[in-house]
Ligand binder design. Structure first.
Ligand SMILES: Cc1cc2nc3c(=O)[nH]c(=O)nc-3n(C[C@H](O)[C@H](O)[C@H](O)COP(=O)(O)O)c2cc1C
Length: 247
């Protein structure tokens, strides 16, 4: 350790480009339980289900892990420049993880042009991450409608008020749109009163690879990746082979 590296505070008060440009935060060792081939579930679906359940339990029981189903989803634009944003995983079955959004969203246009897609779920308190890569496919209207029913009234009104990713003149304009739709469908606690918006949309990731990363001490992490070896769902063991990657 050189001068100025003892703590984050020291690094930030140092003058000069060499120190100013390096992010130095307090270094923590990753003391996760790891992941080995013997304990790996037979399919990527079961393994991911287990880890998501662990994260949800952690959120509930320890409380240091909000939004355990959050995932960063990457797509590419027309120039093949990557784009990435956080969404919530709203669907997960043997077909792959899925999320809801809007046909007006930037991601919708990007997926329409290039359906290659990747996502990562990260749970730092558990020293775990899952990476999904594959191709986006639309979630069926019936599934989207079923999810819509679980959405609280205010969030439904906001979905109507927002053409996601389109510019808006001001916060006031957005709130005015919200008020318009809130007046059209006042909250009366009756299911189905706020209809599904026309631009309501969702996609799921048809995966070609799913990697499980488990952080371990001294940065000697475990990485086990399921790679597609044949036709089948995330829950068909015969459709996948497993490889260990160096950390
Ligand atoms: C924790 C969190 C959860 C989010 N959940 C969603 C979501 O489920 N669906 C969604 O469309 N955007 C969600 N967003 C907003 C997106 O990150 C993003 O701003 C939005 O989808 C527009 O992205 P786009 O312009 O690339 O299409 C969430 C953001 C955060 C930080």
């Amino acid at each position: 350790m050189g001068p100025g590296w003892a703590s984050a505070t020291d690094a930030y008060v140092m003058e000069g480009p060499a120190y100013a440009r390096i992010m130095v935060t307090e270094r923590i060792d990753y003391t996760g339980v790891g992941l080995d081939e013997a304990s790996l579930a037979p399919t990527p679906y079961l393994q991911a289900r287990g880890w998501v359940a662990d994260a949800e339990a952690r959120a509930r029981d320890v409380g240091d892990l909000p939004e355990p189903t959050a995932m960063a989803v990457a797509t590419v634009d027309a120039d093949l420049v990557p784009d990435v944003r956080v969404v919530l995983m709203r669907f997960f079955d043997e077909r792959g993880p899925g999320f809801v959004s809007s046909t007006t969203a930037t991601k919708a246009a990007q997926i329409a042009a290039h359906d290659g897609i990747a996502a990562v779920m990260t749970w730092v308190p558990l020293f775990r991450a899952i990476r999904f890569r594959g191709h986006a496919e639309p979630v069926a209207a019936g599934e989207l409608a079923a999810y819509w029913e679980s959405r609280p009234w205010g969030a439904r009104i906001s979905a109507w008020a927002s053409a996601q990713s389109q510019p808006v003149a001001s916060r006031a304009a957005l709130e005015s749109a919200y008020a318009t739709y809130a007046a059209r469908w006042p909250e009366r606690g009756i299911r189905g009163e706020v209809p599904v918006p026309d631009d309501w949309a969702g996609w799921r990731i048809r995966c070609d690879s799913v990697e499980f990363w488990a952080g371990r001490v001294d940065r000697l992490h475990d990485r086990l990746r399921f790679v597609r070896a044949g036709v089948g769902t995330l829950d068909d063991a015969g459709a996948w082979r497993v490889e260990r990657l160096q950390p």
